[in-house]
Design a protein around this ligand. Structure first.
Ligand code: RIB
Ligand code: CA
Length: 335
């Protein structure tokens, strides 16, 4: 992995990242993309409930770091639930444990000992304060930790270099309800807070954008059949997961966008480490709906700014799939 072999102390790094994740299978691949990127230093990984409960998320991240021989990167435990209501983690996205329910030794206390006592939100605030204006924050799960961060320090968004989010939607379609995406629906209040109060430069990879840029199963097979430990790990955790089965399913994604491999979170990381991966974005005002049985969690785009918002975000529209695929290939090349 070029980024890992050439790993330099932070003084050489051009990009400093904090990744906030609800580590399911696609988060794992996204984290590996960051670890393989040249001139990138991951300052820390903060965990949140979502694909599975937050303890499993922490364990999943530690596993990914150990596969990639990057266990020096600190992993912090964050929110176990949404701001409002006792939401249960979604048990079926990528299996109960979030990594396809195929890994042995889920002996939690071996992993628990590796998680510092410092809460993820406090760690996020500290690391950004120590590297003011230098840190790109990448959010790959429900935005609860980010909402708490701005409540603890209202100036936190201004201390960031920029923010990349995988979540929300742009055409009124969704995977959690017919019109809301999982990360935003799992904590609509936090998504609302973040999209209203993080006025730093923000790039969003929405659910439809990722589905419209799905890759073929042939690309996926080449990716996971590389003769490397990282590829073998990815092949194992996807081996029994419905989201990686080839049968035509009845999910909104299959029906609306057809069959294929959609590494949702990797788009947000790839866009952050190499901006040229995203060939077009729509800069516009957005807002998250919190009411309504169907609409709750939906991200509404407002290109004409009828809402008279003072802040616009970049909603990704098109992607250089050749570049993106080669970043995915490189992410699994650790021997
Ligand atoms: O809707 C897809 C998103 O929800 C991805 O981030 C996936 O990992 C889950 O968190
Ligand atoms: Ca995720």
């Amino acid at each position: 992995m070029s980024g890992v072999e050439g790993f330099h102390p932070s003084s050489m790094a051009h990009k400093m990242l904090i990744i906030d994740t609800d580590c399911g299978i696609d988060d794992a691949l996204a984290i590996m993309v960051a670890l393989a990127a040249p001139n990138v230093k991951v300052l820390g990984i903060t965990c949140c409930f979502g694909n599975t409960d937050v303890d499993n998320v922490c364990q999943n991240v530690l596993r990914v770091l150990s596969v990639c021989e990057q266990t020096q990167i600190p992993v912090f435990k964050g929110s176990a639930g949404s701001l409002v209501g006792a939401v249960k983690p979604y048990k079926d996205h990528f299996g109960t444990d979030g990594l396809g329910d195929v890994l042995e030794d889920r002996n939690s206390d071996i992993w628990e000992r590796q998680i510092p006592k410092e809460h993820a939100v406090h760690a996020m605030l500290r690391l950004v304060k120590e590297n003011q204006g230098e840190v790109s924050l990448i959010a790959l799960g429900p935005l609860t930790n980010l909402a708490l961060a701005v409540r603890l320090d209202p100036t936190f968004p201004q201390k960031l270099k920029d923010l990349y989010i995988m979540g929300g939607n742009m055409e009124g379609m969704g995977n959690m309800t017919p019109c809301a995406e999982f990360n935003f629906r799992m904590d609509a209040e936090s998504a609302y807070i973040v999209l209203e109060e993080y006025t730093c430069t923000t790039h969003i990879a929405t659910w439809e954008f990722t589905c419209r840029n799905k890759l073929s199963w042939e690309v996926f097979d080449k990716l996971v059949n590389q003769d490397t430990s990282a590829a073998r790990f990815m092949k194992k955790i996807t081996s029994k997961c419905w989201a990686f089965s080839r049968e035509f399913g009845i999910s909104n994604r299959d029906v609306l966008f057809g069959q294929g491999f959609v590494p949702y979170d990797a788009f947000a990381v790839a866009a952050c480490v190499d901006r040229s991966v995203i060939t077009e974005s729509l800069e516009c005002a957005v807002r998250v709906e919190m009411q309504g049985e169907l609409g709750r969690g939906m991200m509404v785009l407002d290109p004409a700014n009828i809402m008279k918002k003072g802040h616009y975000v970049f909603v990704m529209k098109t992607c250089d799939l050749t570049k993106f695929s080669s970043m995915l290939t490189a992410s699994l090349q650790l021997e």
